[in-house]
Design a protein around this ligand. Structure first.
Ligand SMILES: NC(=O)c1ccc[n+]([C@@H]2O[C@H](COP(=O)([O-])OP(=O)(O)OC[C@H]3O[C@@H](n4cnc5c(N)ncnc54)[C@H](O)[C@@H]3O)[C@@H](O)[C@H]2O)c1
Ligand SMILES: [Zn+2]
Ligand SMILES: [Zn+2]
Length: 405
């Protein structure tokens, strides 16, 4: 018996549910594990029985073969779980706690962590600042689309829910705290959204939806979301957003029809490097499209929140430059308009507790907005395929039956 089952990346377009070892308080060698991390002791960690674990657009970049992820990599960075074992150095987290795991792995001890920049922790990834579970080039921490997962620096990383029963009742909302709700909120927040703002969000996937919900929470006057997927656009209209169909042309013109002016105060990129072109170019990939269009349609002096992912290596890039993450960005325009840019991993810990409170006090319906859809672990391969086809859903894996129970 292997003791654990998990979703593994098996090559472009293929994921499988496989038998894997039950975690120990030590990082073992395996696909994607940085050699410098092999044998690393984790006495400050806990082992979780997974309550829920979501499929993300960030996983899709790997599964589409658009990164250097190795075959066999265990996927999953959006994790909520029940603590079933604690390491000897864990002081405050207890067995039985139901906890949300920020997708960023952070030590809580380095300069960046101390400044709240948990997306670029200096001590968890030997390759570069910043780490995550189940992700290429992130140090090799094993993914959580599994029955069981190890979480390091548990006292620092974990957000404990105050009440077990309430947590399980609201699990489809709370499961979004591990990544997309803080990430979308961060996109809106770093775009400068405040009461009365006008906002354009590129992308109506789960992160774009979460950014729209975040912008509404922050008091935006008008939230406009653009995509080329009609089902996803219908989904964002269902909770009060305006929409733009980028396959019909430049978002600027459609924004003018909605607002009377062709610009917004705040721009959010919830698409990233696999962006399609606009109008007649929507049939093919044009990776700089969203960044250039946001610079064009955001007012001078405005800010761009850029949670959409950009990579340093992309085997499937449209040209040689894109293959190393170099895009043709019209920075001169951004400079002329004095725009600010916020990029990178969302430091989840900066927002997750407050957003948890908003969920627990019924101030926000994030699960409904993203159309959270719970499925068993074994249905992960089918869900990956449907999500890749643009299903207007956020898939939540239920590996241990907590949700169906
Ligand atoms: N920064 C972070 O911490 C962080 C965290 C989570 C996800 N992400 C990234 O956020 C991005 C979105 O994640 P998701 O799960 O919603 O992904 P997704 O792939 O489900 O959604 C992306 C959407 O963008 C649309 N799109 C493509 N080109 C477009 C264009 N030119 N204009 C408007 N829409 C366009 C697609 O049709 C799709 O619906 C991904 O790049 C993901 O890796 C970043
Ligand atoms: Zn994610
Ligand atoms: Zn750190």
């Amino acid at each position: 018996m292997s003791g654990n089952r998990a979703v593994a990346y098996k090559g472009p377009g293929i994921v499988e549910v496989v038998d894997t070892p039950y975690p120990e308080f030590e990082l073992k060698d395996g696909p994607g594990v940085n050699p410098a991390n092999v044998g690393r002791k984790v006495p400050h960690g806990v082992i979780l029985r997974t309550v829920s674990t979501n499929i993300c657009g960030s996983d899709q970049h790997m599964v589409r073969g658009r990164t250097t992820a190795p075959e066999g990599l265990i996927l999953g960075h959006e994790i909520t779980g029940e603590v079933i074992e604690v390491g000897p150095d864990v002081e405050f987290i207890k067995v039985g706690d139901i906890v949300s795991v920020p997708f960023n792995i952070a030590c809580g001890r380095c300069r960046n962590c101390k400044e709240g920049k948990t997306g670029i922790c200096l001590n968890v990834n030997p390759d570069r600042p910043g780490s995550a579970y189940g992700y290429v080039d992130m140090g090799g921490w094993v993914g959580g689309q599994a029955e069981y997962v190890l979480v390091p620096y548990a006292d620092w990383n974990l957000l404990k829910f105050p009440d077990r029963e309430q947590a399980l009742e609201k699990i489809l909302d709370l499961t979004m705290l591990s990544d997309i709700f803080p990430t979308g909120f961060h996109g809106a927040y770093t775009a400068g959204v405040r009461p009365g703002s006008t906002v354009y969000i590129a992308g109506a996937g789960p992160v774009g939806v979460a950014a729209a919900v975040g912008a509404q929470l922050l008091g935006a006057a008008c939230v406009i979301v653009g995509d080329l997927n009609p089902d996803r656009l219908a989904q964002v209209r269902s909770f009060g957003c305006e929409t733009v169909d980028v396959s019909k042309g430049d978002p600027r013109d459609q924004i003018e029809q909605i607002l009377g002016v062709p610009e917004v105060e705040c721009g959010v990129d919830a698409v990233g490097f696999e962006a399609r072109g606009h109008g007649a170019d929507a049939g093919h990939e044009a990776p700089a499209t969203v960044l250039n269009s946001l610079m064009d349609l955001t007012e001078a002096g405005g800010s761009l929140g850029i949670p959409g992912l950009y990579v340093t290596g992309d085997p499937g890039g449209v040209d040689e430059a894109a293959k190393v993450g170099s895009l043709s960005i019209r920075l001169g325009l951004g400079w002329a308009k004095s725009l600010s840019f916020a990029t990178g991993q969302c430091p989840v810990m900066k927002y997750n507790r407050q957003l948890m409170q908003a969920i627990l006090h019924d101030k926000v319906q994030i699960a409904k907005a993203v159309n959270a859809t719970a499925i068993p672990l074994d249905e992960a391969p089918a869900a990956y395929a449907e999500f890749d086809q643009g299903a207007a859903k956020k898939y939540v894996l239920d590996p241990n039956g907590y949700i169906t129970a």
